[in-house]
Structures are given as C-alpha cells and as structure tokens.
Design a protein around this ligand. Sequence first.
Ligand SMILES: [Zn+2]
Length: 328
Amino acid sequence: MATIGIPRRRPTEVVVRVKACALNGVDMLLLDGRFPPPEGLPHVNGCEVAGTVETLGAAAKGVSVGQRVIVFPGFSCGTCEFCLRGERTLCLRYGYLGAHKDGGYAERVKVLAGSCLPLHDSVSFEAGAALPLAFLTSWHALLVKAELKPGQTVLVQAAGSGIGSAAIQIARLIGARVADDRRQRRQRSSSPKRSAPSGSSTTAPRTSSKRRRSGRTSAGWTSSSSTSAARRSSDRPTRSPRLGTLVSIGSHDTHWGRLDLRHVYSKNLRILGTNLGSILELRTLLEYVVDGRLKPVIDRAFPLADARHAVQHVLDRKNKGKVLLVPR
Ligand SMILES: [Zn+2]
C-alpha cells in the first residue's frame, strides 16, 4: 500500500479526518480496471466518507474545525450548459470523490467545504458513511426519477446491497409497497396465470437463490428480467400514474445487458438512468436518519489497514448492507 502524505488543500477546501468510509461498487470498477482513475496512479478509493473537519482553507465557509460531517461525493464544473441549467449530475465533467479525486480509504481526505453536511451527534460515523452515495442514489432514483407514489409497488434488485436496502426503506417510508420476490415466485409457480407487479419498478422478481442470498444480481440479467416483470404503463391519468418504470442506477457486474424490446414497446415502459442526486436531497434524507425513520444497514466495519480483506469480502458477495473501513 502506497503512503500518501497529508492532502494539500485549496482555499475553498477542508481536510476531513476520516472516521468511516463505506465501500462502494465504484471502488470495484476502479480495482479491476474497468474504470481507470482519471488522475492516474497512485489513487485513493473511497466515495462515501464521514469524519471530522480537521483544518480549513482560508476561504472555506459553512463548517468549523472539529465538526462532524458527511461528504457529498459528487462534484461538477459549474460552467457547462448542464451546470448552468442546475442539472449538476449531468455535468460534462462530473466526478466522484474516490473516483475522479482521491477519496476516503485514508486517514484524511480533502474536500470542498461546500460538500460537507453536518452529521448529528445521534448518527454514528458508520451510519453516516452509508448515506452519501447508497442512500442518495436510491432516494433520487425512486422519488425524483421514477416519481414513486404511495400505493405503488416497487421491486428492488439486489435487495441485500447497500443501495438495495436503502431503496426498500425509502419506498416504505413514502407508503409504497415493496414486493416480496420469493412470495411472488411461489405464487407464480402455483398459478398458471401470471400477474406482473404493478407500479414503478427498479427490479425483477426472478433471482437465482444463490444471487438472492448474496444480495447481488447481475446487471445484464436484471435488465432483461426487470422489463419482463414491469407492469404496463399508461399515458392517461390513473389512480397510480407512471406505471411500468425501470430505473437503472449502475452496472457494476457488467456494462452490458439484454432487453426484450417486445416488453418495452408493448407495455409502454419507461426506462430511465440516474446517477447520484443533489446535496439538498442528501440533507433531506439525513433528517429522516436523525429522526430514526431511515436506518442504514451496516454489514461490518474493517480497520483501514485491512482494506484488502474488506474489498475481498465485497467481491465474494458476503455482505448484506454496507461494508466500512475505519481508521484506527
Ligand atoms: Zn458542468
């Protein structure tokens, strides 16, 4: 493991003492070379950071030394047409902490002061580190992109993963129904007439038992089965508008998938992509965590020195919920 010194910050940046950093699928893409670090090597992984502010740049505003914070992981150029429209996640130069800049597999990380959100004393650093990417991505996918409404049904692929467990909680929080894929499979096997799940869908019900136990699924497989599972969409006003929506939030197992286009056009499906969300959304969902209405699922925490074992734990698909690195 390379030794990298204390990060040198710019005036608008702060140095955060890392208390917990969550592993993420982005890390795995970096490690196996599918997403080479844009700034080259050595590179420090880690998108999801919670810690305390250690030092402030001269122009850093809104935070104080010693403050508990979580770090919003996205950054944008602020000048391209998408940034000027306020759609920063579409920025032509959008990047992630830990992917496009050195991240939180470290004792310290430098970030923009404006990317820090106060972390309430009642929320542990470990829980805080599970929020910035996993919870925010699910929040944005379900509530902003899919426009999930109370009473609709959502299926969540990879339900045991950090993002999947977050999606289930968020769907229930707003009063949507989360389909139980195992029960549906039993019903299908005992009934000659299948009934597709209704409402917005980020998932499909048919997972192999091995994949379901691990809480992971293959993106290539789910893209096909999700369109098969999704209910028909309607252009007319209905009690549950916006049916038949598939939202893709990542492609960590493979970038390639198959779609049966007959399902897409015959059901009028909406197929959407999404990445991350806004810092305002992160602040909103953090309030639900403080209230105890959302609770990150933590699998286990490894010492930072055992990062290799933590990564292997995730690669072996042994985790159910977030895996964390905690510096001593
Ligand atoms: Zn931009």
